[in-house]
Write a protein that binds this ligand. Sequence first.
Ligand SMILES: [Mn+2]
Length: 307
Amino acid sequence: MPQHFDIIGDIHGHADALRMLLLDLGYHPHGHGFRHPDRQALFVGDLIDRGPEIANAIRIVRTMVDAGDAVVVMGNHEFNAVAFHTAVPGTKDRWFREHSRKNQKQHQATLDQLSNSELADAVAWFRTLPVAIEQNGVRVVHAAWQDDQIDEIRRSLQTRGRFTAEFFFDAMQTGSDRHAAIEDVLKGPEIRMPPGQQIRDKSGHPRDTVRVKWYEAANGRTYRGYHLGSDDVPDIAIAPGVLKNQDGYRPDAPPVFVGHYWLTGTPTPLASNVVCTDYSVAKGGKLVAYRWDGESVLSAKKFHWVH
Ligand SMILES: [Mn+2]
C-alpha cells in the first residue's frame, strides 16, 4: 500500500483535464486508466454531470480503481444519480430522486452522453462506492468529515447492502437521522437563519439556510463569519440550537480532503489539516490535485494543476 497519494478534485466529465493532470503528475497510461509506480490517486467524487466526456471520466477512474491505482468516494452527483435511477419498490414511475425539471436538468449531460447500458453499468458501480475513506493516515470525503454521521451511514450501508432501494427508503425520508447525515456528509452542513432572514443563491432562488465552515469552531461566530461561500449573508449572531457540531474539525485529527465547494483562485488549505481540491473545472476553473506525502500540516505548495 503506497504512502503517497494524489488527491484529485471534482471532474464533472472533464476527462481531458484529467488525462493532462495525471500525465503531468507522472502517471502513465495503463489500459483505459493510468498508473504511477509509487503513488495512488484518491478521487473526491463528482465524476459525472455537466462536462463533455462523462463516459470517459467514469472509464478512467473505474479502471484505476479496479487496478488498485486509485480509490474514489461517492459525490453528491453520484448519490443523486443512483437515487434518480432507483425506483421506489411497489410503485410505478416513482423514483427516490424525483424526475422533476430541476433534478433532470442537473443530470442531463449524463443522460445525454451515456447509452442505457453504460448508464445502468455506471449506476451499478456507484452503488458500491464508499461514502468516505481513511487509509494510511489520510481521510477523503466529498463535502464534510463528520465522525458520527459517517458511522451512521456506514452502518446502514452494511445492513442494507450498499446504496440499494432498502438504503434509500430510509435515507430519503426528510427529517430522519440518515437523511441529515447524507446531506451533511455529501453536500456540506448548513444552518438555518432566524425567521425573516434570507439570501439569494446563484440561481436567484431565496433560501433561509447557509452552508458553514464545518471545519472551524462556531463559538462566537456570526452567520456571515461562519458561512462558507461568497453570498451576502447577514452579520448577526448564530441562533442557539441550530448547530449540531460546535467544535469544528479537530486540529489533531488526520488530514482530510474534500471536493464539492466550487472554489476559485489560488488553491490553499482551508485549515492546517483540511484541504478542498475542487477548483471548478466545470465552470472555467481548473482540475486540481494535492500531492500528499505523509505531512500532518497541509501546505499550499503541494497543490498541482495544469495551466
Ligand atoms: Mn459536489
